[in-house]
Design a protein around this ligand. Structure first.
Ligand code: CP
Length: 319
């Protein structure tokens, strides 16, 4: 059984990582997502494309945005949806994730949306499911969060022309951030070369992010940036408790505010994948102010997840 993300008919089969997708495949997803956007105040887009299909949400890590939007996306496409309560599942009795998948697959589930703290889990599942079944990665350790990368790219494209020549500053705990990795992969496919990683030395990644520049001073890193993205400190991924930055000191050095944003371009947008820790990585008035596109990121996330589900269904339909 193959785990390739794109099948031999050029259809999306699984979504594991943006790293191995071509720009054309990313454009295919974003173009479809654009079709699912509706103007503010109008009802959300609905479709019957997944009627008769069953989608399972398997979140082995906490989530609000990703889990809720995948559930709503599947329902708005007319699928049946199972939200497995993982704390009450037989994984707590020692059942492996593959045995959990085999059990649910026998209940004729067509798509699995998986978030897990361990690296490689979505790809491993994808290697073992039946040919018509799709695996969609909803967050994998600190490695990959492809739908977040797609919704971030979609949001930037809505606000910035000439994406190849913009400056994108990513501020905070880049080292532990799957969001940063996926948005870097998405931007790189679209030719953005000026990507800056800003944070204390211990939160900047030693490897990966080829071509990105590292900064430990916020004012230098966001100078004339077109896009400034704040990241949460991922306390749950620190292996040594003593190394977690003090929130007050961190905010003084790296917190985004109207004042610190003065170094960025006047039309710079402010992004955050959520969840936000106010007055740690960003203050409330900036997060809710006119530069902020954080709510648009969430709305675009709905459209991206509808697009991914609908496109993966086209694969499944042909099998
Ligand atoms: N951005 C993001 O993944 O948020 P959740 O953890 O709430 O899904």
């Amino acid at each position: 059984m193959t785990s390739e993300q794109i099948n031999d008919k050029n259809q999306l089969r699984h979504l594991i990582s943006l790293r191995k997708l071509d720009r054309s495949h990313i454009e295919m997803i974003i173009n479809r997502a654009n079709q699912y956007l509706t103007p503010v105040g109008l009802p959300p887009s609905r479709d019957t494309v997944l009627k008769g299909k069953t989608v399972a949400n398997l979140f082995f890590e906490a989530s609000t945005r990703t889990r809720a939007s995948f559930e709503l996306a599947a329902k708005r496409l007319s699928a049946d949806v199972l939200n497995l309560d993982v704390n009450m599942s037989s994984r707590a009795k020692g059942e492996s994730i593959l045995d959990t998948i085999y059990t649910l697959q026998a209940m004729q589930i067509d798509m699995f949306i998986v978030r897990d703290a361990s690296t490689g889990v979505p790809a491993e599942i994808a290697r073992h499911v039946l040919p018509h079944v799709s695996i969609l990665n909803a967050g994998e350790s600190d490695v990959s969060h492809p739908t977040q990368g797609l919704l971030d790219l979609m949001t930037i494209l809505q606000h910035k022309d000439n994406i190849g020549s913009i400056s994108v500053a990513i501020v905070g705990d880049v080292k532990h951030s799957r969001v940063a990795r996926s948005v870097y992969e998405a931007l790189s496919k679209f030719g953005t070369t000026d990507i800056r990683l800003i944070g204390p030395e211990e939160l900047l990644p030693k490897k990966g992010f080829e071509g990105a520049r590292r900064y430990t001073a916020l004012s230098d890193g966001i100078l004339d940036a077109d896009v400034v993205m704040a990241l949460r400190i991922q306390r749950e991924r620190f292996t040594e408790e003593g190394t977690i930055p003090n929130p007050r000191e961190y905010f003084q050095r790296y917190g985004l505010t109207e004042e610190t944003m003065k170094n960025a371009r006047a039309d710079a947008i402010v992004m955050h994948p959520g969840p936000i820790n106010r007055d740690v990585e960003i203050n409330g008035s900036l997060a809710e102010g006119p530069r902020s596109v954080i709510a648009k990121q969430v709305t675009n996330g709905m459209a991206v997840r509808m697009a991914v589900l609908a496109l993966a269904h086209e694969h499944s339909h042909d099998n």
